[in-house]
Design a protein around this ligand. Structure first.
Ligand SMILES: Nc1ncnc2c1ncn2[C@@H]1O[C@H](COP(=O)(O)OP(=O)(O)OP(=O)(O)O)[C@@H](O)[C@H]1O
Ligand SMILES: [Mg+2]
Length: 265
């Protein structure tokens, strides 16, 4: 008799922080592209009505979108699109999602709409990343309820730690009520400026608070990173030798290593 062991189950990672502009979308686009480049079947779910992850991969105003999938009007399979990168698919967002938080307030199992919507397709992927909006509303709750873990980008700026207590509180509430297996994937320091004492201070404080949950790799402030989305490209395809590309490669390596999944070399 022969046994076939599958050494992989799909892992769903929310990228969340209710603070705006901390690098959630930048991280979502770049980590999913790089995990895909390591030949892991990857899906990026854009659940932010701003749809920045979608436009960052050249997909704009895609209708129907994750909104119709969320409300059960469309099957995820029919809405997921191939990105132009092998191994990377996208479940795009659109501005229609803006009303969703209000519309689904009275729906039964409203916190589980995303989990239910992607249940049928999750095993097609090794990694699913979800780019959350900058709030702790129903869209983020849906994302956390559907995930195995949360990746928290923290900007190396004033007030970096502000609001993190509230995020951790929300994660605990989700664990208690909707998703006991939810864990913290890790904390990623973003927009680090080596020349600024403040950046070093913030990094130190975040490491003191979160210990080894914080990745060794920090993402430097790098203008090439901020240019890439306007070309609809992840940094690795926009400028592969930039500091930003190197940072995101090192970070992705760390993330995969923590999940025992070395990048193919
Ligand atoms: N390492 C970096 N270096 C320079 N600019 C960066 C870096 N990371 C992100 N940015 C820029 O900072 C801005 C905010 O980043 P991003 O959109 O990724 O944050 P966000 O947390 O997704 O924002 P929101 O909360 O609005 O969804 C963007 O203009 C982005 O291009
Ligand atoms: Mg964003």
């Amino acid at each position: 008799m022969r046994f076939i062991f599958f050494d992989f189950m799909s892992k769903i990672i929310s990228i969340a922080n209710q603070k705006g502009g901390v690098g959630k979308t930048t991280t979502a686009i770049n980590v999913s592209s790089l995990v895909a480049a390591a030949e892991k079947r990857t899906l990026l779910v854009d659940i932010d009505p701003q749809a920045n992850s979608s436009s960052g991969l050249s997909i704009t105003n895609h209708n129907p979108s994750v909104y119709e999938v969320l409300i059960g009007k469309e099957d995820a399979t029919d809405i997921i699109i191939d990105s132009y990168m092998p191994y990377l698919d996208l479940l795009p967002s659109s501005i229609n999602l803006v009303g969703a938080e209000v519309e689904i307030v009275d729906v039964e199992r409203r916190e589980f709409m995303l989990r239910d919507a992607i249940a049928g397709i999750k095993d097609k992927y090794d990694y699913i990343f979800i780019d959350c909006p900058p709030s702790l509303g129903l869209l983020t709750l849906n994302s956390l309820a559907a995930s195995d873990s949360v990746l928290i980008p923290v900007q190396c700026e004033y007030f970096a730690l502000e609001g993190l207590g509230q995020l951790l509180n929300t994660i605990n509430i989700v664990k208690q009520h909707y998703n006991p297996k939810l864990s913290i994937e890790g904390v990623l320091l973003t927009m680090f400026d080596t020349r600024l004492r403040l950046s070093h201070q913030v990094a130190e404080e975040v490491r003191k608070y979160f210990g080894d949950k914080v990745y060794e790799t920090v993402i430097n402030r790098n203008v090439r990173i901020s240019e890439a989305p306007s070309y609809g490209k992840p940094i690795i395809l926009y400028d592969a030798i930039s500091t930003g590309a190197k940072n995101y490669m090192a970070f992705t390596n760390e993330l995969l290593e923590r999940n025992n999944n070395k990048v193919k070399s």
